[in-house]
Design a binder for this molecule. Structure first.
Ligand SMILES: Cc1ncc(COP(=O)(O)O)c(C=O)c1O
Length: 405
């Protein structure tokens, strides 16, 4: 192949495209296509999707439509329009009680939080530096850190600790190389939320070890049953040591729109802007105007919160009826459950991936497996279709097969 020798090491060098190892979500997509081909008359119940099943609020779409036709919005926005930064600072105050963010110096927009998480390590990581990161989790910041020659020190999230990491896992010598700590609450995939007390410990830890906390808050507004939305920025001293990365994707059903922001420490924001300038020229101003409308209407999120909460109740009941030990998460739209050891027909599972493939091929149910800290599957309540029908079909398909834990 003509260019095989030219590929960079960070994408596999000469072996690029030749390995067996596939990105997990690509593997799931392929398995799903295979299951559909083998059994076309049985529609897949898709509990594997990580994005909302509905579109943006009609009022938001209307703002976009108007703004898209305004010639003033046509150009590059570089590091964003001031109105969006002001709206973001207002939102952080209104929803999370994080007062006093300076829109100019302490807020920056991004083309989705994935992009912000990919760019932040570029501002800090030299070869040989390290990043602490919770696992299982959203892998982007860690992947970029590795691509830059950095090392990942994993912080496993365990059920017995409420899926909060043990910050005493590494020695001071190991921590001396750490520049970044990535945390994500409400957490994908466990659905756990952080406590204020935990966040306070993180602030102290970051101070003691002179590191920057990247708090990924993509699901921050999606919390249930009286839980109050909490940002790392809501905690005293957090702004000295961190940035919170907020996204409009999940809170406002805008995954495809690509709009997010980072808010926090001015030096970190400045460095992020510097890097970002090299990679993109800002999100379309019309989308930022639509974002301004959203951020001033946080009640839009509440309709989604009610729906996900109801669906999570239904799913938890169903799984518990089937023998799982499912507990409703306090946040996100994910339910994270331990996989069974076997099914009564004899098939045994040594990993979450095996169990997930069993659910897919045997029952036409798609889930996401996680094997990083115990074997679990993640089920998302962002299915399309009537709740009663989806849940009824799920019960019907699974109830004939007792699971052994
Ligand atoms: C934990 C977490 N962070 C960040 C993102 C990225 O979201 P976006 O780039 O749409 O803002 C996702 C998307 O699934 C996520 O699960």
């Amino acid at each position: 192949m003509k260019y095989q020798k030219l590929f960079a090491g960070r994408i596999g060098g000469e072996s690029f495209g030749r390995g067996e190892s596939l990105y997990k979500f690509e593997k799931i997509k392929r398995a799903r296509r295979e299951a559909e081909t083998v059994c076309p008359e049985r529609p897949i119940i898709d509990l594997g999707i990580g994005e909302p099943d509905q579109g943006a609020d009609p009022a938001v779409v209307e703002v976009l439509q108007k703004a898209a036709g305004d010639p003033a919005n046509r150009g590059y926005t570089d590091n964003g329009i001031p109105g969006f930064q002001q709206a973001a600072a207002g939102y952080m105050h209104q929803v999370f009680g994080a007062a006093g963010l300076d829109p100019e110096a302490e807020v920056a927009h991004g083309i989705g939080s994935k992009s912000i998480l990919a760019l932040l390590p570029q501002a800090f990581i030299n070869p040989g530096d390290a990043m602490l990161t919770t696992v299982p989790g959203y892998p982007i910041a860690a992947a970029q850190t590795k691509a830059l020659g950095g090392e990942i020190l994993p912080l496993p999230l365990k059920q017995e600790n409420g899926y909060l990491p043990d910050l005493s896992l590494y020695s001071d010598t190991e921590l001396a190389r750490v520049k970044l700590l990535y945390i994500n609450y409400p957490n994908n995939p466990t659905g756990a939320v952080a406590t204020r007390e935990f966040y306070q410990r993180v602030v102290e830890f970051a101070r003691r070890h002179s590191l920057v906390v990247i708090s990924d808050e993509a699901y921050a507004a999606l919390v249930y049953d009286g839980e109050k939305p909490l940002s790392f920025m809501s905690v005293d001293g957090a702004k000295d040591v961190s940035v919170s990365v907020q996204s409009l994707s999940k809170a406002f059903n805008m995954t495809g729109w690509r709009l997010a922001f980072a808010a926090g420490n001015a030096q970190v924001i400045k460095a992020f802007r510097e890097v970002k300038d090299q990679y993109d020229s800002g999100q379309f101003a019309a989308i930022q105007h639509a974002g301004i409308y959203c951020l001033a209407h946080p009640e839009i999120t509440q309709a989604a919160v009610r729906k996900y909460s109801r669906r999570l109740d239904l799913l938890v009941d169903t799984l518990n009826y089937l023998g799982f030990e499912a507990v409703k998460p306090k946040g996100t739209f994910y339910l994270y459950v331990k996989v069974p050891k076997a099914v009564s027909s004899g098939e045994r599972f040594t990993s979450a991936e095996e169990f997930s493939l069993h659910l897919l091929h045997r029952h036409g149910v798609s889930t996401v497996p996680w094997d990083d800290a115990g074997a679990y599957v993640r089920l998302s309540v962002t299915w399309t279709g009537e709740d009663e029908e989806v849940i009824g079909t799920l019960r019907e398909r699974l109830h004939g097969e007792p699971f052994i834990f």
